[in-house]
Every structure is written in C-alpha cells, then in structure tokens.
Design a protein around this ligand. Structure first.
Ligand code: NAD
Ligand code: MN
Length: 485
C-alpha cells in the first residue's frame, strides 16, 4: 500500500514561549528529611538536565542507605503524632497544600516541562491541576474514614515508602502522598532520577503549609535509593509506579516480609475503532491516546485496533492529522509533542522502531524538523502490524503507534486481550450496547468510551495481569493505606 504524505499547512505559528525569569532554581538541592533540607550522608549528587536542551538545571542529592534510614526514622517518629490527629485537622493541611499548588501552578508547570520535556500545555492544563485536585479530593476523605467502611474501623498502617517514575512526576507524587496522608500515614517518597525537581518544590510547599516535620520526606537519588527503601525493615508499605521488571523485583524482594505492596506497572493498551464511530473525533482520540506526553504514558493507547472495512480511510485521516502535530520546544504554548525524557529512553524507542521495520511493518512519519540539541522523536505510526511483532507486544513508551485490524467485536476483544498487560482500553463506536459489551469483555483496569486519557481524582486507576495490582484514586485508593478491623 502506497503511503501518501499529506501536504503541509500553508501557515506557521509564531513562537509563544513561556517566560522562565519569574522563579529561581537552587543550584544544589539537599534531601528533605524531618521537615528540613539536609545534606546527604552519601555526599553524592547528580545533575538533572533539561532533555530539550541537554543543559543542567540543578544538582540533586543521591540518597544512600543511611539517608533512607534517616528518612524512615523521621517518618516513624512523625507517625506517632500525625496518626493521632483528628481527620479534620489532617484535612486542613491537605487543603492548604492543594491551595499552595494552585498558587504556585505556573512555576510548577514550567519546572515540570523543563525537567522532563513535556509540553507546557500539558503540565499547565493536566499534571499540575490534577495534582492539586488529588490533594483537595483526599482532604475530603480525611474526616470521613469513620463512616466510609460500615461496621469496620479504619486505622493507618504506618510508614509508606513510595517510588515513582519520570513521566508524571508531580502528579504521581500527588497520587501517592495525598491518600497516604489523608489516612494518617507518613511517607518517604523517591522521585525518578531524571525528574526530581517538582518533588523538591513540593518539599518547600510542605514547609510553607507548616506540615509537621517528618510527615513527608523526599529522598532523591537513583535505583539503589529505591532498593534501599524496598529493603528497609521499618517501612510498612511500598507503593511503586514504574516498569514491570522493577515491579517484579520488588514483589520478589518483599515476598515473605510483612510489607504491604501495590504496583502500578506498564501497559500495551488497545484503542479500538469500529466502523460506526465518528471518525474525525476518533482520530483526535487516537492522537491523544498515543502522542500525549510523547507516549510516555503507562496507559497510552499504543495499539490501534481498527475495523477492517474502514482501515484505509481511517489511516489516511490519521496520517493527515499527524502531519499537523507540532514537535519542539516544550515551553512553547503551541507545542504538541515535546522532548523524549532521556537519551536512554530515546535509544529504547529507536530500537523498537528498527525492530518494527525489520519485522516487516510499514512505517509512516510525517516530515518534521527536529531541534538539533536534545532528545527528539517524530510521531510514528506502523500499519500492517501482526500480533507477533515486538511493536505489538512490548511497551515502547514513546510516540509510536502500532495498527492492527479486526472484523468482528469478538476478534477485537481477543486481540485487545492478547497481551500480558491489562491497564487500559479505548472504544470508539456510536452504539451504547457495543460499548457495554466490549467493556465487559476487555481485561483492562480502565475502559474509556469515545474518549481517552481522562483522569480524575474520584475515579480509581490501576491494572490487571502484569500491569500490577492495587488502585489509586477514588474511595478505592484509600484501601492500600488503611488497616480495616
Ligand atoms: P523504572 O521502573 O525504571 O523506575 C521507576 C522508579 O523505580 C524510579 O524512581 C527508579 O529510580 C526506581 N527504581 C529503579 N530500580 C529500582 C529498584 N531495583 N528498587 C527500587 N526502586 C527502583 O521505570 P521508569 O522507566 O522510571 O518509568 C516508566 C515505567 O513506568 C513504564 O513501564 C510505565 O508503564 C510505568 N508507569 C506505570 C504507571 C501506572 O500507573 N501503571 C504510571 C506511570 C508509569
Ligand atoms: Mn531532568
């Protein structure tokens, strides 16, 4: 099948970059332990860079075992008083944190985009507002735990060790810290190596909110920092979001200990388009499903399943839309696709795309000029993909979509479920009955219908199979942080 390149638009957008002169990053960041910024016992630091420019933004501390131990001791000490506070008092702190996140939203959005590479319109309109909303939402639960579980008494579990990835740094922090604190636990949180900065700004926010010392401790660092948390005997619960491989390692390590565990891991989610779907709307949804945050999204709709009868015209529309995507400076308000988070991740994406070509799938990339410095990858769609191809089976975590076709709803379900993962799915159809039938048969924690990548603090999120277990968000998100008697 010949692939026609759609014509370029006849006009260009003028640059519209966010200003960065209204806040100042510190040159070097210490660890946040027991309410203070303190130098790491390790005496080690690492640079966090801007992946769009490769410039160093700041040096952050690398916490070692001794540092993690200090953090856990601070959290343990704080637990004695924090867990005894009336829920309404804990709620007040969480509401205050939510308000300060809103007040500092612009600074947080810009730092998130600089540290991780995501477009400013996403950090500004999605990451930061939803992070604030999580604190607001769980603040509302703090004084209702007595009634939330009829005939049962709810008490906090203790010190939670929380390990998060680099794709939604502040948002994943909020998903983890807000329910833990609402339930009366204290936390030690470890941000990802490439995106520590908004967690350190959050530490300042905890000080601003006069949160009691030790309730939140932030240990920046590397994988050994996370491993030290997993191994620490006085952590009661590990909450992990990240890759399936590290999730399996953590599950093995905590097996046979008293530690509780929740895992939010990878995905290979299917976005399924039926022939009766409103096609232009579906194209927007497929684009959002795979190119939002450069495809660095655990629930990315990375497998497009399109009904065979409309596959050719649908792919034409999709390619035409892809040619309009603006790739470039994450701080430009018109940018649709920002920088790939790291050189390592870019390498991974390139290897997968090579494998797709070698295994015989057909590639389309619109012509687009990529900046000279930094880490970039153009939006990419593969057609003629078979279920055995690596690009159909493995999580790429980049702006790369693999297209398969189906004829009947049964075949769509069989193909969508033919994966070790089970995080999310999307259905595009005009028929309500089709949506309900599909949702019942899809093995996925979240099923979106005629939309994709919608997040809300009131709605639980989590996976089946190798996508992990446990839910974050909503009433369900309280469970991992409570002992129910
Ligand atoms: P990763 O597993 O490499 O790292 C995640 C975190 O774990 C980082 O903070 C890292 O430093 C830490 N870590 C690494 N090795 C460790 C070890 N041995 N012990 C303890 N901690 C360790 O994953 P990543 O590359 O940062 O993130 C991308 C992955 O995260 C993708 O697979 C994606 O699907 C997944 N993810 C899942 C969700 C979800 O909610 N299900 C959300 C976002 C990302
Ligand atoms: Mn960075």
């Amino acid at each position: 099948m010949a692939v026609n390149t759609p014509p370029r638009l006849g006009f260009e957008y003028a640059p519209a970059p966010e200003a960065t002169d209204h806040f100042q990053l510190a040159g070097v960041y210490k660890l946040f332990l027991d309410g203070e910024f303190v130098a790491p016992a390790s005496e080690q630091h690492l640079a966090t860079i801007n992946p769009a420019t490769e410039e160093t933004l700041a040096e952050v501390s690398v916490a070692n075992e001794a540092d993690v131990d200090r953090a856990v001791k601070a959290a343990r000490k704080a637990f004695a008083t924090w867990s005894k506070l009336p829920g309404s008092t804990r709620a007040r702190y969480l509401f205050r944190i939510s308000r300060i996140i809103q007040e500092r939203a612009r600074e947080l959005a810009i730092v998130e985009s600089m540290d991780g590479g995501k477009p400013i319109k996403e950090s500004r309109d999605v990451d930061i507002p939803i992070a604030a909303a999580h604190f607001h939402y769980y603040a509302g639960w703090a004084d209702k735990l007595e009634w939330a579980f009829p005939n049962r008494k709810a008490s906090p579990i203790g010190v939670a060790g929380q390990i998060i990835p680099w794709n939604f740094p502040l948002l994943m922090l909020a998903w983890k810290i807000a329910p833990a604190l609402a339930c009366g636990n204290t936390v030690v949180l470890k941000p990802a190596r490439t995106t520590p900065l908004t967690a350190l700004l959050f530490a300042q926010i905890c000080q601003q909110a006069e949160l009691p010392p030790g309730v939140v401790n932030i240990v920046t660092g590397i994988s050994s920092t996370g491993a030290a948390m997993v191994a620490h005997p006085d952590i009661d619960k590990i909450a992990f979001t990240g890759s399936t491989d590290v999730g399996k390692y953590i599950m093995r390590t905590t097996a046979g200990t008293r530690k509780r565990l929740t895992l939010e891991l990878g995905g290979k989610s299917a976005n399924i388009v039926f022939d009766d779907a409103p096609l232009d709307q579906a194209v927007e949804g497929i684009i959002n499903g795979i190119f939002f945050n450069q495809g660095h999204v655990c629930c990315a709709g990375s497998r497009l399943l399109v009904q065979e009868s409309i596959a050719a015209p649908f792919l034409d529309k999709l390619r035409a839309r892809m040619a309009r995507l603006r790739v470039g400076n994450p701080l430009d308000k018109n940018t649709d696709i920002g920088a790939i988070n790291s050189a390592d991740q870019l390498q991974t994406i390139k290897e997968y795309v090579e494998s797709g070509i070698t295994e015989g799938a057909e590639i389309f990339q619109p012509p687009c000029e990529l900046p000279k410095r930094g880490f970039w990858f153009p939006p990419t769609v593969f057609s003629n993909v078979s279920q055995s191809h690596r690009i159909a089976r493995e999580e790429i975590f980049g702006p790369v979509l693999s297209t398969l076709t189906f004829r009947t709803p049964e075949e769509a379900v069989a193909k969508a479920n033919n994966t070790p993962y089970g995080l999310a799915a999307g259905i595009w159809t005009d028929k309500g009955s089709q949506i309900l039938w599909m949702a019942q048969h899809l093995n996925a924690g979240v099923v979106w219908a005629n939309t994709y990548n919608r997040f809300d603090p009131t709605s639980p999120f989590g996976g089946y199979k190798e996508s992990g277990f446990g839910r974050e968000g909503g009433w369900h998100g309280l469970h991992p942080y409570l002992e129910l008697h």
